[in-house]
Design a protein around this ligand. Structure first.
Ligand code: DP6
Length: 350
């Protein structure tokens, strides 16, 4: 039997949606940014409302790729075309080339161009990983438009090859682990129906962050606390895995919050140091402590940015959101939950 991947249908326009994710155990520090190859395993919760939507339409032979950025597409968003930032267009073009190159090793090499229209259901710069959902949606839309039905582990590996490590985890719903080393695909550890949790995002900063995750990954190893963190991380990861298996929120929460702080401990002690927090971050962290003192089980985590993701159970979501939105430094609050896997359909209408 041939192991060369066969297409399932003829090329045609496709629209794909892919979820973002919030890491409980963070990918922070890369052995090689090209893979990327992380120093440590990471584990995340897939989100539901925060998604990227991407349509891919094959173009006639000889036509160049065309890339259109849409403002908050889908229900409720304007879906209007906006000027795409040049860096975004450049990264998207490079990934299209990579996907065409990948197809050369299949039974149906694709050499033509694509019209890509893409956007996020969440506001830009809200501190939510748009590259994770964006590159997964792009990878899924383009490969489906070429005629392929990718298994999730191939989607994970191909999305990650965009350079966005967190994209490796957006190929699955629920809770997802991305191994370290050269193993390039993530795996699901628990599905979204097994345990529903909430992520209440307190947006304290809407400007773009000054230091990219890419630079942060590179600087991480210069922190004197990087090696001790790696040495202790396996135990924390095991604590998170066990808490997920047992649906034990009181065991999960503290591990998630300690891990969120640790990423910033490494960033702030890197040489030169990287400060992602703002005074608003501290205000939210203090409010989360107050919520716990009042008997509400809520725990904070942050990615490489100032905004705070507050993880809680559905019964506490409204109380958490109400407390956070009342804080002076919180511009808005986004309410999200554990979400399902990416999906695609035929047609290019967003
Ligand atoms: C801090 O390589 O995924 O979110 O491509 O900019 O999203 P972007 O960066 P990526 O690293 C982000 C790492 C993190 C933690 C995590 O998601 O594990």
């Amino acid at each position: 039997m041939s192991s060369v991947l066969e297409p399932a249908r003829d090329p045609g326009p496709v629209t794909a949606e892919a979820p973002s994710n919030i890491a409980f155990i963070k990918y922070w520090g890369a052995r090689d940014l090209k893979g990327p190859v992380p120093f440590n395993r990471s584990l995340s919760m897939t989100l539901d409302a925060c998604r990227s939507i991407c349509s891919a339409s094959p173009l006639a032979d000889g036509e160049d790729d065309e890339i259109v950025w849409l403002e908050e597409p889908g229900d409720g968003g304007s879906g209007a075309a906006a000027e795409a930032p040049p860096a975004f267009v450049e990264r998207t073009r490079r990934h299209l080339d990579r996907l065409r190159e990948w197809s050369r090793h299949t039974a149906a090499p694709y050499t033509g161009g694509f019209r890509i229209a893409t956007g996020n259901t969440f506001p830009a710069a809200a501190g939510i990983a748009s590259s994770a959902s964006g590159f997964t949606a792009l990878t899924l839309a383009v490969t489906a438009a070429m005629g392929f039905d990718l298994p999730p582990r191939t989607l994970s590996a191909l999305s990650r090859s965009s350079g966005s490590g967190s994209a490796a985890r957006s190929a699955y719903g629920g809770y997802v682990e991305w191994p370290d080393g050269d193993d390039n695909s993530a795996v699901q550890v628990l599905d979204e129906d097994a345990w529903q949790l909430c992520d209440v995002v307190a947006v304290v900063e809407t400007g773009a962050k000054k230091v990219s995750s890419r630079d942060g990954h590179q600087l991480a190893v210069s922190s004197p606390y990087f090696a001790p963190r790696l040495a202790a991380l396996e135990e924390r990861l095991e604590q998170v895995r066990l808490a997920l298996r047992e649906r034990d929120f009181e065991a999960l929460g503290p591990a998630v919050e300690e891990e969120g702080i640790d990423l910033h401990l490494i960033a702030m002690s890197s040489r030169p140091p990287v400060y992602y927090w703002t005074p608003g971050t501290i205000e939210v962290l203090a409010a989360v402590r107050d919520l716990r003192a009042d008997g509400v089980a809520a725990y904070a985590t942050m990615d490489a940015g100032a905004n705070v993701h507050v993880i809680c159970q559905p019964a506490d979501e409204a109380r958490v959101a109400e407390r956070l939105v009342a804080l002076g430094s919180v511009e808005r609050v986004l309410r999200d939950r554990t979400g399902g896997p990416p999906a695609w359909r035929r047609g290019a209408g967003l």
